[in-house]
Structure formats: structure tokens, C-alpha cells
Design a protein around this ligand. Structure first.
Ligand SMILES: [Zn+2]
Length: 103
């Protein structure tokens, strides 16, 4: 359906790839909104500015498992990252086994 056929007076001009947080139309499609962002709900730190956001997230998650972490080991925030690291590791392994390269 053509967007012009839909009556949406409150919708600004067509942005085929949606809008940025600043409200500007995107120039390129966003494959995955969560991509480049820490998957921990309480955190969601963005690594989109990094050359390789996925690696940055792995390093970020791994940081919370290391003794270098400034957070106390009892911190729920730290635990959430450790749990997410394990979950992502398990997921990437199971997807690799089924022949699908996730990223
Ligand atoms: Zn995080």
C-alpha cells in the first residue's frame, strides 16, 4: 500500500527507514534496533559508535565477569551482565551448530 493512501495527519513526511532518536529520517535501514546496544535491560549502553559494536558488547559483558569490575559481585546490575553473557554465549553456540551465522 502506498503511504500516501493512508490518512495520517500527525505523521511527518515519509521516512522509509524510520526515524532517529532526534526525530530525523534515517538514510539507511536499521536491521536491528537492538544491535550495538547492551542487551541488559537495566543498562542498554550503546556501542553503535564503535567500529565493531558486537565485539564491544562482548567485551562490556565480559568486563563484569572479570575481577577488574568496579561493581561488587553481589550487584544485581553486575549479575545481569554475567547472566546475559552466558545466555548470549549459549545462543551463539546453538546457532552456530544449526548453521546460522547470527551476525
Ligand atoms: Zn551493559
Amino acid at each position: 500500500m502506498a503511504p500516501s493512501m493512508i490518512s495520517q495527519p500527525t505523521t511527518p513526511p515519509i521516512a522509509p527507514f524510520g526515524y532517529t532518536k532526534a526525530g530525523k529520517p534515517r538514510k539507511r535501514p536499521v536491521r536491528n534496533k537492538k544491535e550495538g546496544v547492551c542487551p541488559v535491560k537495566e543498562c542498554q549502553r550503546s556501542f553503535k559508535h564503535r567500529p565493531n559494536p558486537k565485539d564491544a558488547i562482548w567485551q562490556h559483558l565480559a568486563y563484569y565477569r572479570s575481577p577488574m569490575c568496579a561493581e561488587p559481585s553481589s550487584s544485581p546490575f553486575r549479575q545481569a551482565h554475567i547472566t546475559m553473557h552466558q545466555k548470549m554465549k549459549a545462543e551463539s553456540q546453538s546457532k552456530r551448530l544449526s548453521g546460522i551465522n547470527i551476525f
